[in-house]
Design a protein around this ligand. Structure first.
Ligand code: KG4
Ligand code: ZN
Length: 406
């Protein structure tokens, strides 16, 4: 069947058309066309996503992207109207050959979600086809099986499966004993990992989104092991701890021109929850103290690199430590790391170094780490067949900004 999928949960507008077949165990996908529009340039001056502006942009871009995706998939109306299918099916005269629409209905920014949902409802009604609402986080989980081009299938997965979902809005550890069944076993109590990256970036006068900027700065310094520290500051008094799992430890902090210590929040709490707002505040105080000595300190690239490096080490160590703890408790066989932060170079490297030999470790293709409509089409198809093609009434589908996996 042909699925058209729509993603508008935050600041990316994206539409994909894919061909799908098979049941859950051997589902296969072929990307026919994929188009997307990022709103980063529009939100950059606000230092983050401005929801009403995002909604306006989605509404403006969706019809344009629809034309493009149909054209790219060779399904545009003019060509289709001459075809035999058109002659045979007057009632679906406007349907260019799509069998199912999948749309993100949460979690995310509700104004953004609604723009995709309203658009999808209109199309589904006009084309007289079912509409399936998709959980964005389930999309991120299945994104590890996807490709941005061509054909792919869902491989055999060994359970229990643990998903570490790290994005701008979420940081969650999700346990699955079976495919498409979820139990959230840990989550952030305040800021998401990506949100902490974005906020720390803003403190350092770096543009939105902050994740790639901080990561780039940190990478510039990581590996320069032999330089001697010429200044050191410790805000929290907490020395950078080695990861407390013996040989699984992250590299000890490298010597660099500047060296700072930041806390690893909730590392020793008994649960699998995270907290990043204390770490973010520690960076705020660190910068404030440094600025007391020298108001222009952030103009020094080396200072920014050192803050970025220590901040990233703190985030990555915390994420990995909690993941390892959950892996041991639940005897996990497969680990998925997905969401915008999953493309982080240090996180990927450390995860692979520590976990590759112990579990099957899966990351999405780089282009599928951030928000995209390919993962929404995949999750939509898998839910459609799991529910034996039953879908909710179109009029009952609503945006749910706080939707949770279950
Ligand atoms: O999944 P995503 O595209 O959108 C949400 O659903 O939130 O994730 C976006 C987040 C942003 O906070 C962004 O700063 C972060 O992912 N991010 C990164 C990197 N690339 C994007 N964080 C750390 N390192 C990166 N390389
Ligand atoms: Zn996302």
């Amino acid at each position: 069947m042909k699925i058209l999928s729509i993603e508008t949960s935050c600041d990316d507008t994206a539409i994909t058309i894919m061909k799908t077949k098979g049941c859950i165990k051997n589902a296969s996908f072929k990307i026919l066309a994929h188009v997307a529009n990022s709103q980063i340039a529009i939100h950059i001056s606000y230092g983050g996503v401005f929801p009403m502006l995002a909604k306006r942009e989605h509404i403006k871009n969706l019809p344009i992207l629809l034309e493009q995706v149909l054209e790219e998939a060779n399904l545009n109306k003019k060509k289709f109207s001459k075809s035999r299918a058109f002659l045979n099916s007057q009632s679906q005269a406007l349907n260019p050959g799509i069998d199912l629409i999948a749309v993100t209905y949460g979690p995310g920014l509700e104004p953004s979600l609604w723009s995709g949902i309203v658009f999808a409802k209109e199309l589904a009604e006009k084309w007289n086809i079912p509409l399936i609402p998709v959980n964005h986080m389930e999309g991120h989980i299945v994104s590890v099986f996807g490709k941005s081009k061509g054909n792919f299938t869902i491989p055999k997965i060994e359970f229990p499966l643990l998903s570490l979902l790290v994005s701008g809005g979420h940081t969650e550890l999700v346990l699955s004993k079976n495919f498409l069944e979820y139990k959230i076993i840990g989550q952030t109590l305040d800021d998401a990992a990506g949100e902490a990256y974005d906020k720390v970036a803003r403190m350092m006068d770096l543009p939105y989104p902050g994740g790639p900027e901080i990561s780039k700065l940190a990478e510039e310094l990581r590996g320069k092991e032999n330089e001697k520290p010429i200044l050191s500051g410790s805000l929290s008094g907490v020395a950078t701890p080695a990861l407390p799992l013996g040989s699984s430890a992250c590299e000890t902090p490298i010597k660099n021109c500047f060296s700072f210590s930041l806390p690893r929040p909730m590392l020793h709490s008994k649960n699998f929850d995270f907290s990043f707002s204390g770490l973010k505040t520690a960076v705020l105080y660190l910068i404030r103290n440094l600025k007391k000595e020298n108001p222009n300190i952030l103009q020094d690239e080396k200072v920014k690199q050192a803050i970025a490096l220590e901040f990233e080490n703190a985030v990555v160590e915390t994420l990995i430590y909690k993941t390892l703890k959950a892996k041991e408790k639940y005897k996990i066989k497969t680990i998925i790391v997905a969401g915008g932060v999953s493309c982080n170079e240090h996180l990927q490297k450390e995860m692979k170094r520590i976990l590759k030999k112990e579990v099957t470790l899966l990351f999405p293709e780089k282009k599928l780490t951030g928000d995209n409509s390919i993962m929404i089409g995949m999750a939509g198809y898998l839910q459609f067949i799991k529910n034996k093609k039953k879908v909710p009434k179109i009029s009952s589908i609503k945006a749910n900004g706080n939707l949770r996996l279950k």
